[in-house]
Each structure stands twice: as structure tokens, then as C-alpha cells.
Ligand binder design. Sequence first.
Ligand SMILES: Cc1cc2nc3c(=O)[nH]c(=O)nc-3n(C[C@H](O)[C@H](O)[C@H](O)COP(=O)(O)OP(=O)(O)OC[C@H]3O[C@@H](n4cnc5c(N)ncnc54)[C@H](O)[C@@H]3O)c2cc1C
Length: 379
Amino acid sequence: MLRVQPTDKLGELEKETLANMERDGLRHTQFVKSNPEDRQRAESLGWSGKLLDFEIPDTEPRQTYDAVLDSLAGFVRCSDACAYWHKIALAEGVDFCFGKEGAVESLVKAPSTLEPGKEKVTGIRTEDGTLHTVDTVVVAVIAGPFSTQVLPELSYHLESSAGSVATFKIDRKQTELWDKYSPDKFPVITWKATPRDKAGKDTGSIYVLPRTPEGYLKIGYRGIKFTNFQPAPEGTPFTQDGKWSVPLPVDQCKTLPKPAIQAISEFVSIFLPEFEGVPFSSTKLCWYTDSLDNSFVIDYVPDYAEKSVFVCTGGSGHGAKFLPVLGEVSQCPAHITQTLIQTNISLSMLRISSRTEIKVRHTCGLFGGGDPRHTVETA
Ligand SMILES: Cc1cc2nc3c(=O)[nH]c(=O)nc-3n(C[C@H](O)[C@H](O)[C@H](O)COP(=O)(O)OP(=O)(O)OC[C@H]3O[C@@H](n4cnc5c(N)ncnc54)[C@H](O)[C@@H]3O)c2cc1C
């Protein structure tokens, strides 16, 4: 992955990143474009082809952005990862229901005899009208940015906000482009368009992945995370002026807000010059499940008796990479979290019962949302 800097110098965040790499004995995996020794190392190790030069617009004499190639970072095809785990689960005897048969419409509740005054969840009703009673007492709710709509009890902890994604399609016959943007030759590029501000805040970034086997170049903009505030259903435990931010209906997710289009277009003109002015193949708002501290929410929901509802959600824009460990964490949260901390794996959990300890200001997108908040409608 090539971390392109906002200027021809290393930014503050990058300097801190490199210092952390040094501290952890990983500096040799990083190649700084402006550092002659690093360039030489990149050359001898076969990385130099990805340590790319990009011209800073309107500079005279011509300047290029500084950049750091991280030879540890790249990309994962998450859909393949999901398909892999699907296969494993099938082999273990798990039944999957897709479409209406798998869409939770509501939770079925009954008074608890063990905890009088509280309800427990005894099953789910799906959109095809089927009632699924549960023979274990745990219902796992993993509905990503739709989690609050299934369980409004999570409204204090979670909020949905949208990142912007656009793609270009390269035809296999466009051999030069096909070759140039292949994963072998082209790095994942991430760029912070502006330096850290005086208040110490880093901007969100914009990134592109090498083309997929089908020829798609995917660009993601996370400078502004957009919200979609709608009236919350009556009885929702936490609202902001009676509203909450939830995903837009899928047919309304194809149009990107103007600031996203502008930022992506600027990015394209600098980093993907062959596509300047070319219409996007697709655009999509992709919904994050932001939690208060950008960590997972993995816990039993205390509002329900007999530990009858368990949640594992709150990926906060970085959840996919944890797929291989989430199952273990969910089984034994306290123990595993401790292990992960000891092994320096960054994963913490926001316990639902700890709401009084939360000191973070309640705002969406947390580190990427900006203030004031940007709604899809007003952007
Ligand atoms: C633009 C963007 C970029 C990202 N980049 C990265 C990255 O670089 N690295 C990384 O690690 N993570 C990244 N993420 C985050 C990652 O995608 C999420 O953390 C991860 O997908 C969360 O998984 P999940 O299963 O909790 O939710 P999701 O993947 O959102 O899945 C939830 C599922 O629940 C289904 N569902 C919704 N409602 C119901 C219902 N009522 N009944 C049944 N099913 C329902 C949905 O259809 C969906 O299939 C990114 C996210 C976005 C939006």
C-alpha cells in the first residue's frame, strides 16, 4: 500500500506511523520515497515499481507528493472471505436462509419467568412470515448498519453513516490499462488530501484498489461520512431531536453527494489520469456501523432476560479484517480481549452495560465525520 502524503513532505501522522514502525521493529518493511536509502532498498527488493511518483497540480517547478510504500499492507477480497466461511459453516451443518426467508422482521418476545418484569426473546419472525423459535437462548443479531432497526436498544451505541464508493471498468481489451492497474503492478493507494489541521485533526482519506479480476477499479472516499436522519420509531431509547441516522433504501444509494464526487474527481485527475472525465461505471453509498468509540459492540443485551439476545456488530468502517477472530471473541469476550491486547491486536469492545462510563461525545463517524455533521440531503 502506498500512503501518499498531502504535500512533498511527510505529514505528521506519517512521521508518527514510521516512529511506531521503528519502535515495533518493522521499519524495514516501509519505503519512504524521499529517502534515497529506502529507494535503493525498494529497488533491490523488487518494490520500486510500486513506489510511484504523482505530480502535485499547479507546481512550478514541478513537485511530486512524498509517499511511503508499506510492504505489509494490501487488500483482501472480502467477498471471497465470506464465501470461504460460508463453505466451512455449511460443512458444520449450519442452515442459511437468504432473501425474505432470512430477513428478520421482528423479534418474538415473551415474559420471563426467571427474571420477572423483563421479557426474553423466544424467536424471530422473518419477512416471509415464518416464525423461527430458538431452541438455544441466544439470538445473534449481526445486521451491520441495520442493527438499530432490528434492535432499537442499540440506538445509543450505534449510528449508521455512509462512505462513498465509485468504480471504473477496464475492458480486458484495453491491454495497457489492464496491465498498469493490475495488483502485480499497481499498489493500493491512500491519500490524505490535506495536512493535519492546527487543532491536531487529521482529515479522512481517499483510496483506490488495484483492478479486480473483472476489471473494476474501486475508489473510496471517507473524508466526509454522510448521515441520513429520519424520525425514529416511538419508544427508541436514544434519539437526537426525535431522529436517528439509518441507511437509505437501497435504490437511493446510487447517487453520491456532491462533496464526494468533487473529491473523487480531484483524486482521479491526479492519480488515475486516464480516467479523468470518464463516466463512473457505478457509484454507491456504503453504510458504516459506527459505534461510540469505533470499536465493536459484542455483548448480551441487558434489556432482555435470560441472556436471550446477543449482538456482534459495530464494525465502524474497519470490521471486515477481524472476520477470522470475531467468532472466538464473541464466545469468550473478556478472556479473548485480554489475549488480543497482550498480542497487540487492536480490538476492543464496547460493553453495552458500561454506558455510564462512556466519555466520548456522541457524534457519528467519530474520526471521519466532521463537525457539523453532513447529511445526505444537504450535501
Ligand atoms: C465504504 C466502506 C469501506 C470499508 N473498508 C473497510 C476496510 O478497508 N477494512 C475493514 O476491515 N473494514 C472495512 N469496512 C467495514 C466492513 O465492511 C464492516 O465492518 C463489515 O462489513 C461489518 O460486517 P457485519 O457482518 O457486521 O455487517 P455487514 O457486512 O453490513 O452485514 C450485515 C448484513 O445483515 C443483513 N441484514 C440487514 N438487516 C437485516 C435483517 N433485518 N435481517 C437479516 N439480515 C439483515 C444485511 O443485508 C447484510 O448482509 C468498510 C465499510 C464501508 C462501508
